[in-house]
Design a protein around this ligand. Structure first.
Ligand code: SAH
Ligand code: SF4
Ligand code: F3S
Length: 430
């Protein structure tokens, strides 16, 4: 019987992709993945601490599996990801049933660590991270994540990422291109280039140069990227989105706040005016572009007036969608020490107002697509028990459901949009 591993992933795409690498490493070591922790001889929690809620979720899961270790003392429990880096050995104090704590820059060590019978903690800075190639066990056959850079140098005052993921490191373009060529050869149609701030990618080419090279790879039909920091969004990038046919017309461009005063306190290094100028240029040069964003409600010192500026920004820009969060003070960040904390009640009130307004805008934007024909990359059946109900995304990244009785997974199809909802579009094949 092969050893079984249960992997539970929290957090962002970066973590989702790291879990694919963890799965790749473990598969090479003879493990098979299991959906249930009860059957596993190794449990991995790939964790996130971007907000307190994410952290709480992990600790409650960790508590829940404690009896499994009592029942099976040879069970090994590993904590990887951002909480591992942030909390280090403190995790062991809180949860002595944990065996291994491995930071995101050290997952290459997992292979040896899991063979150890003693407690292991790996949190070293790893300057070679971007040069290390790890096996990847992907969960999707059509779309693939590809790391182009690791870490972040921006130190936005609320954010843990520069502490948990270390300094920014770009991966060599040759190794990115060769990974994507291999993906194309094995049938992948879409790649999403991953980095905390892809616009500052730098190896022997810059980010628009990298997009040009990826655009030329035969077999790949679509290229996406996340995330763009507005301060580094260049004209060259706008031209690249417009000019390279495989680069999709969607940009995730986190605004965070409509108030320049708050943006300054957040250390975002752009004003609202800078942001709106860039959005204007994006919309002028690429009229069909979808723009999505992140908003933080109730940052320290945010007054009703600042909040109103965010509300006005949402009205003015009309994002296709947003992720909005209550400000969560994170230990070790500057914002956690700031004066002028906003009460939970007010944060919640502001968040609700933001979400309610955006829901209307999202629906309105989706409704405008009714009657149009959209190119959709089919991802196959929505659910295995619902054959014929297929799903995919438009180039602008909107989920689109349609009926089709032939399997067309991985194909580009044209879909006429019949009905728009808040979170998806319904259409029929043309
Ligand atoms: N690198 C990306 C963001 C990564 S974190 C960028 O700079 O755009 C994803 C989102 O989580 C951020 O855009 C922000 O809106 C939110 N976030 C990060 N830290 C937060 C905190 N302490 N409280 C609330 N939201 C936070
Ligand atoms: Fe965090 Fe700012 Fe870096 Fe994004 S750019 S990961 S918000 S520090
Ligand atoms: Fe991602 Fe969460 Fe870390 S958002 S970078 S897994 S703190």
């Amino acid at each position: 019987m092969p050893d079984k591993v249960y992997i539970h992933t929290f957090g962002c795409q970066m973590n989702v992709h790291d879990s694919e690498k963890i799965a790749g490493i473990l598969k090479a070591e003879g493990y098979v993945e299991t959906e249930s922790p009860q059957n596993a001889s190794l449990i991995i929690f790939n964790t996130c601490c971007i907000r307190q809620k994410a952290e709480q979720k992990f600790f409650s899961e960790l508590g829940r599996i404690k009896p499994l270790k009592k029942r099976n003392p040879s069970l090994k429990i590993a904590v990887t990801g951002c909480i591992a880096q942030q909390e280090g050995s403190r995790i062991l104090k809180r949860a002595p049933h944990v065996d291994y704590v491995i930071g995101p820059q050290n997952i290459n060590l997992l292979k040896n660590i899991i063979k150890s019978s003693s407690v292991q903690i790996a949190l070293e800075d790893n300057p070679l991270l971007a040069d290390i190639e790890l096996p990847v066990e992907r969960t999707d056959n059509v779309k693939a994540w590809v790391n182009i850079m690791y870490g972040c140098n921006n130190f936005c005052s609320y954010c843990v990422v520069p502490y948990t993921r270390g300094r920014e490191k770009s991966r060599a373009s040759d190794s990115i291109i060769s990974e994507i060529r291999k993906l194309a050869e094995t049938g992948y149609k879409e790649v999403t280039l991953l980095g905390q701030n892809v616009n500052s990618y730098k190896s022997n080419t810059d980010f628009p140069g990298l997009l040009k090279a990826v655009n030329e790879i035969d077999g790949i039909e679509r290229v996406r990227f996340v995330t763009s920091n507005p301060k580094d969004l260049s004209e060259e990038l706008i031209h690249a989105i417009r000019g390279f046919e495989k680069v999709c017309e969607h940009i995730h461009l986190p605004l965070q706040s409509g108030s320049t005063k708050i943006l300054r306190l957040m250390n975002r290094k752009y004003t609202y005016e800078d942001y709106i100028k860039k959005v204007g240029q994006l919309k002028r040069e690429i009229p069909c572009i979808a723009i999505t964003s992140d908003i933080i409600a109730g940052f320290p010192k945010e007054t009703d007036k600042d909040h109103l500026l965010t509300i006005n920004a949402l009205r003015e820009i009309e994002f296709d969608g947003i992720f909005a969060f209550k400000f969560s003070p994170r230990p070790g960040t500057k914002a956690a020490e700031m004066d002028g904390m906003v009460t939970e009640d007010i944060k919640l009130e502001r968040l609700s107002e933001i979400l309610a307004l955006q829901d209307k805008i999202t629906l309105k934007k989706n409704k405008a697509l009714e009657g149009t024909i959209q190119e959709v990359l089919s991802e196959g059946d929505i659910k295995a028990d619902l054959p014929g109900k297929m799903t995919g995304r438009t180039r602008t990244n909107k989920i689109t459901n349609f009926v089709c009785n032939n399997s067309n997974t991985g194909r580009l199809v044209n879909v006429k949009i019949i009905k728009a909802q808040k979170h998806s579009l319904e259409g029929e094949l043309v």
